[in-house]
Design a protein around this ligand. Structure first.
Ligand SMILES: [Fe+2]
Ligand SMILES: [Fe+2]
Length: 126
């Protein structure tokens, strides 16, 4: 099941809320895939893409304000994921998104939050 779990909490309420919303969109994407609702899939990918852009921008602004030393490397990971979503959005117009793709996005997200996002937490709390 795709959902936010407490072990992914950064302790920063605003960012946790955003992460939770991202998982909700991802769960919707899984529904669209399982139910083969192509048009709904296009809609969800589009919302997810816009929402991720907002979330990444918010995170990057906080890291910048905190003088986070690994900012560039973190931004590079965001950029790579944004590019994948862009590709996926284009692809979703012509064909259903595969469950493998949904699983990949879920895995990326959990991994990114658990490792890369967690690394900035002590700096934001300074
Ligand atoms: Fe994040
Ligand atoms: Fe991040």
């Amino acid at each position: 099941m795709i959902e936010w779990t407490p072990d992914l909490s950064t302790g920063v309420p605003k960012l946790d809320e955003q992460h939770k919303e991202i998982f909700q969109w991802l769960a919707e994407l899984e529904n669209a895939t399982v139910e083969e609702r192509t048009l709904f899939g296009v809609y969800v990918v589009t919302r997810l893409k816009h929402y991720m852009r907002e979330h990444f921008a918010a995170e990057e602004a906080l890291m910048r304000a905190a003088d986070y030393p690994d900012l560039e490397q973190h931004i590079a990971q965001h950029a790579e994921f944004r590019a994948r979503l862009e590709e996926l959005q284009l692809k979703s117009i012509g064909e259903d998104i595969s469950l493998d793709t949904v699983r990949f996005l879920n895995h990326w997200l959990c991994n990114h939050i658990a490792r890369t996002d967690m690394a900035y937490v002590p700096y934001l709390k300074k």
